[in-house]
Design a protein around this ligand. Structure first.
Ligand code: MN
Length: 335
């Protein structure tokens, strides 16, 4: 069913994506020459604005663009995040029979975090967890020592057809937790606190970390902020983030201004680590996912669905998977 994983070189992801804008802002000069900035001097500048240029299918259900990893967004700039696949809203025709998605496959050494805005993703794994990620829901799955799972369009959604709009992030785990027990956090929209911005400026859904005194429900192994933000034209989001945390904003629609740069729908804004505040101003009504976190300063060795610290650990992951040590695929109807 899943076959045997043989070691071979990891294909380069380069070429699917390109940098559209890079700036080097001399912040010292900026602060000297513009005293009016005052309290704004703590605001981060922007290292680059990145657009995806390529899409690919994950299984036959998810048409996504991988924003990172890529050479211009190296691991140390996006850590603790390892990978981001974004699937813009896409219409699927009703499916009379069968299913769309990705069959049983393994993960080890990190977490997968799935966000859905439209459509519905059904999940099952080898530890008996099952659930549906619908509009506004988040699923935070800790693969850690190893899990097998499948990700399909939920059956009712597949039959009806409709729009799917989703994102999946891979979040790294520190060495000490890579072989921890797997875990599963279904986070329905109803559990995600929403903070309204002043003057009907939009809203912030706090998935992980904290905003305006509200804590997100996700339990994370390292400090992470994950916010799902709707920002109305002319309004601003200002967020405190420790200067050493990496931070980026994925603009899924609209347009924002940040650090003197602009980010439009489909663009990723990477912040410099040069201030304690992020500020995003909406040039047009915008939807933005803000991701920040303390970098995990450890070597990363990735081989397909396994992300470890050393080549030897990858060899062990492959051997363990081939020996059936990632758990058992449940029988139909079992979960
Ligand atoms: Mn997966």
């Amino acid at each position: 069913m899943m076959g045997v994983i043989m070691r071979r070189p990891v294909p380069e992801g380069a070429g699917r994506t390109q940098v559209v804008g890079m700036t080097n802002i001399d912040t010292r000069q900026d602060q000297r020459s513009n005293g009016r900035r005052g309290a704004r001097a703590n605001r981060r500048s922007v290292e680059g604005v990145f657009r995806s240029t390529g899409f690919h299918w994950v299984g036959d259900g998810f048409f996504v663009s991988s924003y990172f990893p890529r050479p211009s967004l190296p691991a140390e700039r996006v850590s603790p995040f390892l990978l981001m696949d974004y699937g813009p809203a896409r219409e699927f025709e009703p499916l009379a029979r069968g299913e769309r998605g990705v069959g049983w496959h393994p993960h080890r050494g990190f977490e997968t975090v799935t966000l859905a805005w439209e459509g519905a993703v059904a999940h099952k794994d080898s530890f008996g967890h099952a659930g549906v990620i619908g509009p506004g829901d988040v699923q935070w799955m800790t693969a850690a020592s190893g899990i097998l799972h499948q990700e399909y369009h939920e059956e009712g959604f597949a039959r009806r057809g409709g729009r799917m709009h989703m994102m999946q992030l891979w979040v790294n785990l520190p060495r000490a937790q890579k072989m921890s027990a797997p875990g599963y956090q279904p986070i329905p929209a109803s559990r995600i606190p929403t903070v309204g911005l002043p003057g009907d400026g939009g809203s912030v859904r706090v998935i992980a970390g904290e905003y305006a005194g509200q804590r997100g429900p996700a339990r994370t192994f390292t400090p992470i902020t994950m916010l799902d933000v709707t920002l109305r034209k002319g309004h601003e989001l200002v967020l405190d983030v420790p200067v050493d945390h990496n931070a980026l904003a994925v603009v899924t629609s609209g347009e924002v201004a940040a650090g003197g740069e602009r980010g439009k729908g489909g663009e990723l804004v990477l912040f410099e680590n040069d201030g304690g505040q992020l500020a995003l101003g909406a040039e047009a009504d915008a939807h933005v996912v803000v991701l920040a976190g303390e970098p995990i300063d450890e070597p990363i060795v990735q081989y397909g669905p396994f992300v470890m610290n050393t080549e030897a650990e990858i060899d062990v992951a492959i051997a363990d998977f081939n020996a059936g040590r990632f758990g058992r695929v449940p029988e139909d109807g079992e979960v």
